[in-house]
Structure formats: structure tokens, C-alpha cells
Design a protein around this ligand. Structure first.
Ligand code: FES
Length: 140
């Protein structure tokens, strides 16, 4: 899950081709304009960080925490993205027991050339809460 900084072709590990975005601000408790304690998004991110250690696609994905994906009332929110593929944004994800389903769905996303995630094949936790399916950018 790390990106190489050495650009020597002989020693450069493969650069992850896919990104799993996780909003770390989702499911926060706010008091007088300040976030109190650990947010649900942070907890989900930490669970994912733990699980990816043993994930066979850990070198193919960047696990990227983000501040917000503008779906704050649909917490928790994650997104899958890759060059040449659809981008998916999912919300309404529970903090607990969702991380394995997110990685399962990420694996499905990885294997699909265009990134299409058919509803029937998605894990239960990601069958609902699809917020956006954004077309791939056209080739330059
Ligand atoms: S706080 Fe998570 S999408 Fe805005």
C-alpha cells in the first residue's frame, strides 16, 4: 500500500493502479464546531488499514483517506477509482463489520476491466447506498 519514491526502473515496485477512498470525517460527533473523539470514518479507515495487510491486492490499491466527499448525510462513505474505469461512490455504510465487504467489492472492481459492479454480485453491505457511478474519463 505504499507508493515508491525511487524512480529507477530496476528497483521501482509497481505503483498501485487503483484507489480506495475513505472519508475520515463521516459519522463525526461535533460540539461547538469541534469534532469530538474518533469519527466513524476514522474507525472504518483503521479497520481497512488492518485488513489490507493480508489482502492479496494490497499492492494494487492506494488506501486514501479524504476529508469529505460531499455526501455527509449518507455516512460512512467510500469510493473506488482507477484510470479508465467507472468511479463508484457508496454511502450509508455501517462503521462496524463493513470493512471486509468493502475489500470484497474492491476486489470485484479490480477484476472488471471497465470497473462495472453489477448489483447482484456486490456484497450485501454495498447493494444499497450507491451514491454515484461516474463515467471514466475519456482517453487523452
Ligand atoms: S463527512 Fe464524509 S462525505 Fe462529508
Amino acid at each position: 500500500m505504499t507508493v515508491a519514491t525511487n524512480t529507477s526502473p530496476a528497483s521501482t515496485p509497481s505503483v498501485p493502479s487503483h484507489t480506495l477512498f475513505v472519508c475520515k470525517t463521516c459519522a463525526s460527533v461535533w460540539q461547538e464546531g469541534k469534532r469530538i473523539g474518533e469519527s466513524g470514518g476514522e474507525k472504518l479507515f483503521q479497520q481497512l488499514q488492518h485488513l489490507v495487510q493480508d489482502w492479496d491486492l494490497r499492492d494494487e490499491f492506494i488506501l486514501q483517506e479524504v476529508e469529505c466527499m460531499s455526501a455527509c448525510d449518507r455516512a460512512c462513505v467510500v469510493a473506488f477509482g482507477a484510470t479508465g474505469k467507472l468511479t463508484y461512490v457508496f454511502g450509508d455504510l455501517a462503521v462496524d463489520n463493513t470493512a471486509p465487504a468493502v475489500l470484497e467489492c474492491a476486489s470485484q472492481y479490480y477484476t472488471q476491466r471497465d470497473g462495472v459492479l453489477p448489483w447482484a454480485k456486490r456484497p450485501e453491505a454495498l447493494k444499497k447506498g450507491l451514491l454515484a457511478r461516474i463515467p471514466a474519463l475519456p482517453p487523452l
